[in-house]
Each structure stands twice: as C-alpha cells, then as structure tokens.
Design a protein around this ligand. Sequence first.
Ligand code: CA
Length: 224
Amino acid sequence: MRILVVEDDPVLGEAIEFALKISNYAVDRVGTGESADQVLKRHPFDLVILDLGLPTVDGFEVLRRLRARLSVTPVLVLSARDAPDDKARVLDLGADDYMAKPFSVNEFLARVRALLRRSRYSLPSQMLGENVSYDTVTRTLQVRGKTLPLSPREVSVFEVLLQHFGRVVSKEQLLERLCGFDDGVTFNAIEVYVHRLRKKLENSGVTVRTFHGRGYQLDHGDAS
Ligand code: CA
C-alpha cells in the first residue's frame, strides 16, 4: 500500500509519515500543492493524505485537479481548523474523509485503514478459497486455519496481488505500488517475496502464478 502525504508543516508531515511507515505502508511526502500534483500525475497511490493549507496551490485545488483527471484514489483531507464550510466543500470536491487538526494518531490510522479497505480490497475472505483467508484489518494470512507470519514486504506484495485477484500484475506495477521513491526495492527482491508467498500458499488451492515476461497473478489452483 503506497500513500502520498501532502503536508507543508515539516514537523506534522514527519509525524504522519512516521506513523504510516511503522504501520508498514510505503510513504512519499511532498510539501507543496504543485509537487503533489506532479507526483499524482505520474505515480499510482492507494491513498492521499492532503493538507488544505498549502503554499501557492492549495489542497482544494490539488483535489479538484485530481478528480478532474477522473482519478478515484481515496483522499483523506486534513484541515487546520474545524471549519464546517471547508468540510462540505472538500467532500463535494470528491474527498473521501476529513479530519480537523489536531487529531489522535490512533483515529487517523483507523481512518486510513477504513479508506483503504473500502476502496481497494473488499474481497470477502471466502473468495480466496476454502483453505485460505486474509484479514485486511490485521493483515494476516490464514492457511488451513493456521496464521502464517508475513513480513511487511510480503504483506505489500500480497495485498497488491489480492486487489488484482485473477489478473496479471506486472513487476513494474508491483514496484510502483510497493515503494516510496527512496526505498530501493529491485525486481529481484520482488521475485524473492513472490517465491516466499508461493511457499506459504503451497497446497492451499490458491497460488501466485508466474507469467513469464508479464508478471504475477494470484489465482485459484496450484503453482505453475
Ligand atoms: Ca498547512
């Protein structure tokens, strides 16, 4: 899960980034509306945390432009004051949620989880098959009733594949969705995570198939 944080206050921006990173999300942070706009045009994100009060191009405008490009990426707006008019305006502009500063980190993270859940993988667990379920709240994989520990990177790879269940995801897509700009994950590393996931899913009726030259697909069946 890759999240963009748009916040010009460096202290708050850093705190938000830290809270998200220890929750195992890949995070990119920018401090101006212009850079947010540029980054959002070029990279896929699962969620945008958007401050309203930004220098030059403000949060309202970033949101307006994002929706004008027909992007459905969920947006959680942060506002410095609890202004009812701001709230109505951003919701009308296409924001998915709104929090007034200051806010509790726990509530913030819960809202992040709710937005990601709602928008991305509302796949009911039974769709993964008789023997496999994935809990999108605790981010744990159960195979034949046994909880299998996944590393944060394995969680990220699995969640991207899960979102595209039954469809091929290219390595490039995986990299884009997994990493912030500075994370330095390579194609080889992706292969390793996929290999580990496949091991964990062995004989479960669900597997990660390799499509040579195209990518990977989470699917029913046995490894091929
Ligand atoms: Ca601000």
